[in-house]
Design a protein around this ligand. Structure first.
Ligand SMILES: Cc1cc2nc3c(=O)[nH]c(=O)nc-3n(C[C@H](O)[C@H](O)[C@H](O)COP(=O)(O)OP(=O)(O)OC[C@H]3O[C@@H](n4cnc5c(N)ncnc54)[C@H](O)[C@@H]3O)c2cc1C
Length: 333
């Protein structure tokens, strides 16, 4: 007889990793299955978390709650793994024109923005409350940690592997109670959650070598930050759909922002799993009793995944309601 698990998690990107750690911290038994896709959104992610985002510099949805959870969660992971993965870094946003100056003046009249202000002068603004997660290290070390405990298998779970037996999913060779789908954009190709509006947003990022050094994350059309004295991570591009547009456009922007020569070290590509209303997609399947999902993390997987795993865990184990803004039920007709 196979070992019995309370949970099986399919997919180990940011969503699946957050769910796994959530279960681990709460002493639940689980196994993760991941296909080790060469390209995934998480593998391409810069890892930035930032309370004021987008072209219009808007405060992130639910920022206080998300960021409080993020800090506690990744610090607990760091402690378990005995490594550092979370780095606080302020963001420097140079002004392009007078409109930028005026827009920031208006924003700073509002306390919800003012609390993130570190410094402002005629050239730009420095905001705080941001930083980055070393996503590659987080994914790699999480895999290693759970693999050593026999909680990890490499396997590509196809539609035909998922058998509906009396409104419960079973997979041959695995003995489990509940299944949590964390397959990112790949979920769209499956037929289990066809009602949720998952949309693909392709993107590129790049690691470069340059003499440019800054303590800040530099944000001007692109985001660039040093992860060592001479190495920087930069991105990202946003293209609706699945097409890899390459990094030439991104490189031009980087050149403009850092104003120094650089050498490309490695480029990355991934498809963000976004949703129509730009909120995560968390919940239980309509009909199948043991089937759950965390998806729709869009461009904010680092800050949203810890909160989403908590909402799902509390729903399943503590009978709490999932925040209706992220519950997949909102798309029920
Ligand atoms: C260029 C780029 C830059 C980004 N920068 C940031 C950033 O700075 N900050 C931020 O917060 N977010 C960023 N994001 C967004 C972030 O990457 C996503 O929100 C997040 O990675 C989504 O995670 P996920 O686990 O849902 O999906 P994914 O990362 O796609 O993970 C899905 C996993 O499931 C596995 N899988 C899929 N199908 C199967 C199957 N059938 N069987 C088994 N396993 C399967 C895959 O192998 C993969 O490991 C960026 C994204 C891109 C593309």
């Amino acid at each position: 007889m196979n070992k019995k698990y309370e949970y099986i998690i399919i997919g180990q990107g940011l969503a699946g990793s957050a769910m796994a750690w959530r279960l681990y911290f709460n002493n639940k038994s689980f196994i993760i299955i991941d296909s080790q896709a060469k390209f995934s959104a998480s593998k391409a992610a810069l890892g930035i978390y930032n309370p004021i985002t987008g072209r219009k510099n808007i405060k992130t949805w639910n920022a206080e709650t998300l960021f409080k959870e993020l800090g506690t969660f990744y610090k607990k992971v760091e402690k378990s793994l005995e490594i550092k993965i979370l780095y606080e870094k302020d963001i420097y946003r140079p002004f392009n024109n007078n409109k930028d100056v005026n827009d920031w003046d208006t924003r700073l009249g509002n306390n919800k923005y003012k609390k993130y202000l570190k410094k402002i002068d005629k050239n730009g603004i420095i905001t705080k409350g941001s930083g980055y997660l070393d996503v590659k290290k987080y994914l790699k070390e999480t895999k290693k940690y759970f693999e050593c405990q026999g909680r990890y298998k490499i396997n590509n779970i196809k539609n035909e592997d998922l058998v509906n037996k009396n409104n419960n999913i079973v997979i041959e060779g695995y003995n489990f109670e509940k299944i949590v789908m964390c397959r990112g954009i790949n979920e769209k190709k499956m037929n289990l959650f066809s009602e949720i509006p998952l949309t693909p947003v392709a993107g590129n990022s790049i690691k470069i070598k340059s003499n440019h050094f800054s303590d800040y994350i530099l944000n001007k059309g692109v985001s660039v930050f040093n992860f060592t004295k001479k190495k920087l991570f930069a991105g990202s591009t946003y293209d609706n759909g699945y097409i890899n547009e390459g990094t030439s456009h991104l490189k031009k922007k980087i050149k403009k922002v850092i104003n120094k020569e650089f050498k490309s070290l490695k480029s990355y590509f991934g498809i963000r799993p976004a949703s129509r209303d730009r909120r995560p997609l968390v919940g239980k399947h309509d009909i199948i009793d043991n089937l759950y999902i965390i998806n729709g993390l869009g461009s904010k997987g680092v800050s949203q995944s810890p909160y989403c795993s908590k909402e799902l865990f509390d729903y399943i184990e503590k009978n709490k309601k999932i925040n209706k803004e992220i519950n997949i039920d909102r798309f029920k007709s």
